[in-house]
Design a binder for this molecule. Structure first.
Ligand code: NDP
Length: 254
């Protein structure tokens, strides 16, 4: 069982985010003392509230990732929870998809809203959490002989197969595709900048998953996807340079 002292997950009200929360609390793969579920409306997040009743390791914090001014108070809230151990793992999961099928349907508002949520927010949230991630990288360095590991300090962003340029044989999905391509570029630059601080940065794609976004006809359920992604995360030692990795370990080209 791998020791991941703390994890912060955005978009934890439903879908993959909620499933990450459940598995960090119960999976035999990981031992996690602090699970911080961030969501826009904690009062309406009934599944999270039910989980919290039975598990004191779960903390629920209010965060709309597009409210950049709220990041500092959220980081202070997290600092109060994790103390001098820092934050081990940030999972940038919150995302939106507008089904923009062709150029005719593209609007500035659609483009900007998806880029704000899927690309700008993960980068700025990583910036906000950097001091806590650096603390975790120092505190946990010895247990992994100074190597990079999600058990030491890491930022993992949830990408999409639609974010692969080489794999795009179908077109469409304007905005969403660009947002995920750019998310990959952020991960690449972040891995170069933060690697020397002991922080692993990587993108991972979840497969086509039965959630509100993926729809009921999707190929796999959230339990299978998240279980696969956690396994892949635990094996990560450095960032892939030629592509990004999926829930089954297959690397998709950029
Ligand atoms: P869902 O639509 O089921 O859930 C999206 C989550 O993101 C919700 O918790 C939602 O919160 C949250 N969210 C959206 N906007 C914001 C915001 N501004 N601030 C905070 N939270 C926000 O999607 P999935 O669970 O399927 O997707 C999770 C991630 O996986 C996304 O990044 C998506 O792009 C990616 N992905 C999903 C695939 C799939 O097949 N499902 C395939 C490839 C990638 P709220 O409840 O408040 O709306």
């Amino acid at each position: 069982m791998a020791d991941i002292p703390s994890v912060f997950i955005t978009g934890a009200s439903r879908g993959l985010g909620l499933e990450f929360v459940k598995q960090f609390l119960s999976s035999p793969l990981v031992n996690t003392q602090v699970v911080i579920a961030a969501c826009r409306s904690p009062d309406k997040a009934n599944a999270l509230q039910d989980l919290k009743k039975n598990d004191s390791r779960l903390h629920i914090v209010q965060l709309d990732v597009c409210q950049f001014d709220s990041y500092d108070p959220v980081v202070n809230e997290v600092r109060a929870i994790v103390g001098d151990k820092g934050l081990t793992l940030l999972i940038n999961n919150a995302g939106i998809l507008h089904r923009v099928r062709n150029l005719e349907e593209v609007t500035a508002d659609l483009m900007l809203s998806v880029l704000k949520t899927n690309t700008v927010a993960p980068l700025l949230l990583t910036k906000a959490f950097l001091p806590l991630l650096k603390t975790s990288a120092k505190v946990n360095a010895a247990k992994v002989n100074n190597a990079l590991s999600v058990t030491r300090a890491a930022v993992i962003s949830i990408n999409s197969g639609l974010g692969s340029i080489e794999d795009n044989g179908m077109g469409g999905y304007y905005g969403y595709r660009e947002s995920k391509v750019a998310l990959n570029m952020s991960a690449q630059s972040l891995s170069i900048e933060l690697g020397p601080d002991g922080i692993l940065v990587e993108s991972i794609y979840p497969g086509w998953v039965q959630t509100d976004m993926g729809g009921s006809n999707a190929a796999i359920d959230a339990t299978t996807s998240v279980n696969g992604m956690i396994k892949i995360m635990l094996d990560m030692k450095e960032k892939n340079k030629t592509g990004f990795i999926g829930w089954q370990g297959k690397v998709l080209p950029f």
